[in-house]
Each structure stands twice: as C-alpha cells, then as structure tokens.
Design a protein around this ligand. Structure first.
Ligand SMILES: Cc1cc2nc3c(=O)[nH]c(=O)nc-3n(C[C@H](O)[C@H](O)[C@H](O)COP(=O)(O)OP(=O)(O)OC[C@H]3O[C@@H](n4cnc5c(N)ncnc54)[C@H](O)[C@@H]3O)c2cc1C
Length: 341
C-alpha cells in the first residue's frame, strides 16, 4: 500500500490550489471526482484579485459567452425589482476546475475516484476509494478535506461541529433573449434563501438554494411563480443538485486539527449572503499548503484564514438586509446603490 505525506480529498479549487502550493519535498496523493460541481460559475472581485495578485491570467476558453455588468434583483412576493452594478467574470465551471487542476504538480499522484472511508491508526490515516469499479487504499500522515459541502472528511472527524446546509437545485434551459443575463430572485413563499438566473452561451441556468424539506416541490413552485411574473424559462435540458454550505455564525467555520485540515467549502468558507466560495476555497487552499512550512501548521493556517472569517462575519451582518423581507423592501425602495435608468 502506498504511503504519502498528504492525502488530498477533492480536486475543486481548494484541493487543486493546495496541491499546487505544497512544498515539493512532500509527497501527495489527490483523490478527486470529476463529476461536474453544480455552480453559478461567477468569479467575484475577490477571486479576480486572487489571480491578479499572482499575475495569473485566465485563458479565454474558460470564459462563458456572456459577461456580466449588472444583476436584476427581483422580489416576487413584494413585486419589486432593482438593477445593481456587478462585475463578475462568467465562467464555464467544468473547464475552470480542469484548468486549475493543470497547476497540480506531475509528481502528485492523482486518482480519479471517490473516497469512501477514512480511518485513523497510530501511524497515520488510511483512505479507501472507489475507482473504475474497484476499491483501493492509500495511506497518509495528513488528511486534507477539500471535498466541498458534503465533506466526508468533516463528517468522519468532526461530526459534532455542525454547519447550516441547503439543497441547491439547478436546471439548464435554452437561452431566451427576453430573460435577464443575470438575475437574483427572492420569494419567501418558496425559499428563505434566493434563486438565480445566469446565461451561459446557448444555455441559461435557473437555480436556487432550498431547505432540504420539500426542496424539489419548492423549486418547481418557484419556477411557476417566476413564469407568472413574466420570466419564461421553457423546457429544462438537464437538472443537477448538491449540498450548499451557508454558515449561520462564524463558529460553524472549522479548519480542522493537527492532522486533519478542512479547506474551502468543507471548512465553511462560503459567503452566507451571495454563496460566493471560489475565492475563499483558493485562498484557504494556498494558506493551508504554506502553513506546512511552519512549526505549528494548524495554528498558522487558522491565523492566516482569520481575515476570511472576518469577511464572512461582515457578510453575516449584511444578510438580514438581503434575506429579511421588510429590510429588503426598505433597501430596494430606497434605491441605495441601485443603477438609475
Ligand atoms: C449551486 C451553487 C452555485 C454556486 N455559485 C457560485 C458562484 O457563482 N461563484 C462562487 O464563487 N461560488 C459559488 N458557489 C460556491 C462554490 O461553488 C464553492 O464554494 C466552491 O466550489 C468551493 O470549492 P471547494 O474546492 O472547497 O469545493 P468544491 O468545488 O465543491 O470541490 C470539491 C470537489 O471534491 C469532490 N469530492 C467530494 N467528495 C469527494 C469524495 N468523497 N471523494 C473524492 N472527491 C470528492 C467533488 O466532486 C468536487 O469536485 C456555488 C455553490 C453552489 C452549490
């Protein structure tokens, strides 16, 4: 059985950036599933800053066909709409993840499969994975949980540290020119979170985050309600769903212990207001890798991610103004920061 310094579980932004920044003296194995991650695929200013500061330019192949300059914000129940300026980069998430994985060094052993079980013994960890119809096992001194919102690493080692989760459902439709390029939709009859429409080339995504109970019913109800509002989506081409992490307070964000590290969405580094998580996944991946150059890596990692927690705290303070209907109404009616026609 092969033994590594690090077993990285997950090959999304957090796992890839961790592997790319790890000191080459260490050995690492990355177990990753290449199932497409349901995502809006919008790169925020923080994510753009991440690349700008490292002088990394994005190849045009990962950009989606429509770039975004505004968000149409619609409150269905209160019959309100406003336009706000936004400067996201609209990307193809599958190609983006593949491109980031291209930064992972050749010497990192990559296993395309699913980690199904992790056990700890006196001399480290053993991880069982399922790949091409067979089970295999690898061993490591450290476990890196970069496995997203439904993290097996978090559930195995830190089940007591709960985090608020929703089910996110997205459907793809053929693009309709009359539908906004990017819309954020609120409807408290269907969800306490929000929904979105994002155009991507010939398709448009309609997605939303829902409480687990009756999530599909509420998704379908919201589709009918936006249809009645005058937004016509048409027939769905494909449907996808996954868990979405949304910390309720910063105590739900957890970076792990001396041997088990949580990165990105597995740790809870996601904006509770916009669900933006790509920049936070990349920053936490890089900080965790660099922390292994210090004597107390978990302490260093925790310290270097303090500003990510602080930014999430600010987003928690902003959240009521987006998600409480009366406060949202007041903000939308005031026209503060809205684009005037
Ligand atoms: C519907 C939706 C829309 C979103 N829209 C945006 C957006 O527009 N912009 C933005 O910045 N953020 C967005 N987010 C959040 C963002 O997608 C995540 O925060 C970000 O992808 C986290 O990166 P990560 O590397 O931590 O985890 P992930 O990107 O989730 O990557 C984890 C990887 O690990 C793999 N994996 C999981 N379990 C295992 C296992 N047991 N074995 C092997 N592999 C495993 C998964 O398949 C996945 O590839 C959205 C989230 C959702 C759900």
């Amino acid at each position: 059985m092969r033994k590594f310094d690090f077993i990285i579980i997950g090959g999304g932004p957090a796992g890839s950036v961790f592997a790319a920044n790890l000191n080459p003296d260490y050995s690492a194995c990355m177990i990753y599933s290449d199932m497409p991650k349901p995502c809006g695929g919008l790169l925020s200013e923080d994510a753009q800053d991440y690349f700008a500061k490292r002088n990394i330019t994005l190849p045009k192949e990962i950009l989606a066909d429509l770039q975004i300059s505004r968000v149409d914000t619609i409150d269905i129940e209160q019959n309100l709409s406003r336009v706000y300026k936004r400067t996201y980069l609209n990307i193809d998430r599958i190609r983006f993840d593949e491109w980031l994985r291209g930064f992972v060094p050749e010497k990192t052993v990559k296993i395309k499969g699913i980690a199904t079980k992790i056990t700890e013994s006196s001399d480290g960890f053993s991880v069982t994975y399922f790949c091409n119809g067979i089970n295999g096992t690898v061993c490591g001194k450290y476990i890196i949980g970069a496995d997203g919102g439904n993290s097996i690493v978090r559930k195995t080692f830190f089940p007591e540290i709960k985090i608020r989760r929703y089910i996110s459902i997205q459907q793809f439709f053929k693009v309709n020119p009359d539908v906004p390029g990017y819309a954020c939709i609120f409807d408290e009859k269907s969800t306490e979170c929000c929904a979105w429409i994002i155009k991507k080339g010939e398709n448009m995504i309609f997605g939303g985050a829902f409480e687990p109970k009756d999530c599909r019913k509420n998704f379908e109800q919201l589709k009918l309600r936006i249809e009645a509002y005058g937004i016509h989506l048409g027939e769905p081409i494909k449907t996808e769903a996954c868990m979405l992490t949304r910390p309720k307070y910063t105590g739900q964000i957890f970076s792990g212990n001396e041997k088990v590290f949580l990165l990105g969405e597995a740790a809870g580094f996601v904006s509770p207001s916009s669900f933006e998580g790509i920049s936070r996944a990349m920053y936490s991946g890089e900080y965790a890798a660099k922390a292994f150059d210090s004597d107390n890596s978990q302490k260093t990692y925790k310290k270097s991610t303090a500003w990510l927690r602080f930014k999430i705290m600010l987003k928690l303070m902003k959240s009521p103004f987006m998600y409480r209907p009366l406060l949202r109404k007041a903000v939308m009616l005031s026209g503060i920061t809205a684009v005037k026609k």
